[in-house]
Design a protein around this ligand. Structure first.
Ligand code: HEM
Length: 174
């Protein structure tokens, strides 16, 4: 029996058994490809920020060139990770019915557009592009990467999205 003052919140997704299917479909032997790929755009985005800062500090053109290549890699790998995530989002009912999945999608698409622009401004102009615009875009991209990555982790740890549940929740449990 609920004590007076206790608040019980309903979770409409929890109440529907069909929406409990959250297992990744874009996976190799049960290991989600998205989770494997996201490490690359995360690391490369941080590398662009690091190399931009090193160029600002040293003035050595090597760092501007490295930033140009890293920005290309961050965008390319981000798009690949985004594609695997999007197919997962659209294909798996229990994933697309969670509003949190769509929040992650919106954050990620904003991030990908910044990554694309941060690479675009450097094409054929990798040295001049760094200060100040490139560095500012790298800072923005690093912040958005932190938000998107943290939120992706929330999907997995809070809602078990992408996971194979060993003891699937049943209607009786909810
Ligand atoms: C563009 C569309 C994207 C969609 C639709 C999407 C969707 C998802 C989904 C459904 C999951 C749950 C795990 C799974 O099913 O594999 C997830 C996890 C995650 N996502 Fe994304 N994602 C997108 C882009 C990105 C990007 C660009 C990043 C890079 C910052 C990112 C970072 C993460 C992280 C770190 C996790 C947690 C992985 C884990 O700990 O297993 N996602 N995403």
């Amino acid at each position: 029996m609920m004590a007076q003052g206790d608040l019980e919140l309903d979770d409409p997704v929890e109440e529907h058994r069909a929406l409990h299917a959250t297992e990744s479909r874009i996976a190799i032997a049960g290991h989600p490809l998205h989770a494997m790929l996201v490490a690359f755009p995360i690391a490369l985005t941080m590398s662009v920020l690091g190399t931009d800062l090193l160029y600002w500090w040293t003035g050595d053109v090597f760092w501007a060139r490295a930033a140009g290549w890293a920005s290309f890699g961050a965008f390319l790998m981000g798009v690949l990770a985004g594609l695997t995530g999007t197919v997962e989002l659209l294909m798996v009912r229990g994933i697309r019915n969670r509003s949190a999945s769509w929040t992650h999608f919106i954050l990620a698409v904003m991030l990908l557009s910044i990554l694309g622009a941060n690479w675009g401004i450097r094409i054929g102009n990798f040295e001049d592009a760094v200060l100040p615009l490139g560095l500012m875009m790298s800072l923005l991209a690093a912040g958005l990467t932190a938000l998107t990555g943290w939120h992706g982790g929330k999907l997995v740890f809070d809602y078990q999205i992408g996971m194979k549940l060993v003891h699937p929740r049943s209607d009786a449990d909810s």
